[in-house]
Design a binder for this molecule. Structure first.
Ligand code: HEM
Length: 439
């Protein structure tokens, strides 16, 4: 913080604090007068909405933890007690349960916004990478949280997913044993998952801090993807975007509240209201909806890869699935380098827009088949060959990776962009700054 002269604050207490620790000067610089592109659309609300959800999850989670018991003998009952006997316990639980889904909704829209408007591109690569790290941490946190109520899906979900670690040669089994604290999912698993589920949100807060710090170094991207050049391209963050963000959060909360109050279990699985039973495997084990596309990728690999004409297997189908699943997130990390097209926004890149929207459709298809049992027959190709949901997942997985590894690099070289406006001001007014006076 610069030690240069500054206008004193009118409020005596604020001035007293600020002259000793320039907290208010910093807030004013970063959130008051912070120059922000004036052409933001509602997609730019989702960072603030994600932030709101993070706080909501932490506050409701801490309160739930005051009543929850992380012991396999009583975990399920302690959750039922929260629902029936704790004052407003049902509300707390429904806020937290549905909050996880709405947090993912906000973050998926936030990621899509970043992809569509090219916010991952230079100079915002690190900001994007912090985002991907947050996403990974969110997934780990949500996965462990789902185990805590100790219902059938909690238990079997944890069993299936932690079992995938055994696919890694040499260290796999030890990693799995360390993760679940024994040779099968049990009380030690529940204890360590509870501890980590409590810890990770605070790690997320730390990475969000770095994320927003990096954002304030580069400044925000905007729908036209052009950097602000003059003062007329920007507005002070307050009151314009504090108001717009508050409005966005309000609309989001209304939809969130409709779920909490009128359909609180719509996004969950009924089997999780059955206490965990290691002796009874559910007919169909599925993760929460926000994991389904990745679950479909995990199950898409059905054959071992080995040396042709020998019995030697190099990558088992199980390991291949796990590698692809992690790869589907890891590929996001290198997206800024796979797409080196000089134009950021999809507004001026029709081909990129087409392939990106197709990518979104494909992710939805993956989500759909991820939620279905494997190998559901769809139609006959020939009399003996049946096209199944696994084939759909395989084709969709190929496009998922081809979008990043083939489409983006090729488009970076060959796509001819539409004319890009000279400035943000021009993009919103359709008017070069010179025509302002004549309007
Ligand atoms: C806890 C989760 C997250 C929070 C609280 C969060 C918060 C924010 C906030 C407050 C902003 C500025 C406002 C805005 O542009 O919407 C922002 C911008 C951004 N975030 Fe996130 N974020 C989260 C997750 C992610 C993820 C998972 C990604 C990508 C994988 C990501 C990528 C970006 C990018 C690229 C920007 C810059 C946008 C621009 O300038 O156009 N964020 N984030």
């Amino acid at each position: 913080m610069s030690a240069g002269p500054r206008k004193p604050f009118e409020n005596k207490i604020v001035e007293w604090v600020d002259s000793r620790l320039p907290l208010f000067t910093m807030l004013d610089k970063e959130y008051g007068v912070f120059p922000t592109p004036k052409n933001f659309n509602y997609f730019w609300n989702f960072g603030a909405i994600a932030m709101f959800m993070l706080v909501t999850m932490i506050v409701s989670g801490i309160t739930l933890a005051m009543h929850y018991a992380a012991n396999t003998g009583i975990a399920f009952d302690s959750v039922e007690r929260i629902m029936r006997d704790v004052n407003y316990g049902w509300l707390l639980r429904y806020i937290h349960m549905n909050g996880a889904s709405f947090f993912f909704v906000a973050v998926y829209i936030h990621i899509f916004r970043g992809m569509y408007y090219g916010s991952y591109k230079q100079p915002r690569e690190l900001l994007w990478i912090f985002g991907v790290v947050i996403f990974l941490l969110m997934m780990a946190t949500a996965f462990m949280g789902y185990v805590l109520p100790w219902g059938q899906m909690s238990y079997w979900g944890a069993t299936v997913i932690t079992n995938f670690f055994t696919a890694f040669p040499l260290v796999g089994e030890s990693v799995q044993t360390l993760l679940i604290g024994g040779f099968s999912v049990d009380n030690p698993t529940l204890n360590r998952f509870f501890a980590l589920h409590y810890l990770l949100p605070f790690v997320i807060v730390g990475v969000v801090f770095l994320h927003v710090w990096a954002l304030h170094v580069t400044g925000s991207n905007n729908p036209s993807g052009i950097e602000p050049k003059t003062k007329e391209d920007t507005l002070p963050f307050h009151p314009y975007y504090t108001m717009k963000d508050s409005f966005g959060i309000l609309v989001f909360v209304i939809i969130y509240a409709i779920f909490i109050f009128f359909m609180p279990n719509a996004l969950g699985h009924p089997d999780n209201y059955i206490p965990a039973n290691p002796m009874v495997t559910p007919a169909h084990i599925v993760p929460e909806w926000y994991f389904l596309p990745f679950y479909a990728i995990l199950r898409a690999v059905t054959i071992d890869i080995g040396i042709p004409f020998t019995e030697v297997t190099i990558i088992t189908a199980k390991l291949g699935g796990v590698l692809l699943m992690f790869g589907s997130i890891a590929v996001l990390l290198v997206m800024p380098w796979l797409d080196s097209h000089p134009v950021r926004s999809a507004r001026y890149r029709p081909k990129f827009k087409f392939f990106l929207l197709l990518f979104v459709v494909i992710v939805l298809v993956l989500g759909k088949v991820g939620g279905m049992p494997a190998d559901v027959p769809l139609f006959h190709i020939t009399e003996n060959m049946i096209f199944t949901t696994t084939h759909v997942a395989q084709i969709a997985t190929v496009y998922y990776f081809a979008f990043f590894l083939v489409v983006l690099p090729i488009l970076s070289r060959v796509e001819k962009a539409l004319p890009v406006p000279a400035s943000i001001h021009e993009s919103v007014t359709n008017c070069k700054s010179s025509c302002e006076g004549n309007a």
